[in-house]
Design a protein around this ligand. Structure first.
Ligand code: FAD
Length: 117
């Protein structure tokens, strides 16, 4: 267990950033393999999250709100909702999930250009 609150908060910010950015880059129309991959990623993220009490708490949230992997927007809004559940339990402000669309930019626009040729 990470005892230090500063380290725990830093880990949380870094983890949320990666988590939401992965959702923002998930395909609009994922195939079966891509859906399985995101489902597995979320499952392992919950299982392996290094702060034990956080992981335990987060697992209960994900049990209640099962991962949505049918599309980019479904995954991004789901991730926003589960993060809001953590925000609520910590007394933090609720994020407006309608704003999630443009918030997480990986700076990878060049990748998309390359992929399109
Ligand atoms: P964070 O919650 O880290 O958010 C970072 C930034 O993300 C915000 O500044 C905002 O720009 C944006 N954001 C906020 N809400 C949303 C949202 N709903 N959707 C998208 N973006 C958003 N800490 C504990 O003390 N106890 C716990 O049990 C605990 N459980 C956690 C479980 C998980 C899975 C994770 C990843 C972290 C957990 N944390 C826990 C850490 C906690 O959630 C915060 O990361 C930490 O307290 C730092 O908070 P913060 O105010 O900087 O903002």
């Amino acid at each position: 267990k990470l005892g230090n609150e500063t380290i725990k908060a830093e880990l949380g910010r870094a983890s949320w950033k990666l988590f939401h950015t992965i959702m923002a880059r998930y395909p609009d129309e994922p195939n079966a393999d891509e859906r399985t991959a995101l489902q597995s990623y979320i499952h392992l993220f919950v299982r392996l999250y290094p702060c034990g009490e956080c992981a335990e708490h987060f697992r209960a949230i994900v049990d209640k709100l099962p991962p949505q992997v049918s599309s980019r927007s479904a995954a991004a809004v789901w991730a926003c909702h589960v993060h809001n559940e953590v925000n609520k339990s910590l007394g933090k402000a609720i994020f407006d999930c309608a704003d999630i669309g443009d918030f997480y930019d990986c700076g990878c626009a060049e990748d998309e250009k390359d992929a399109m040729g």
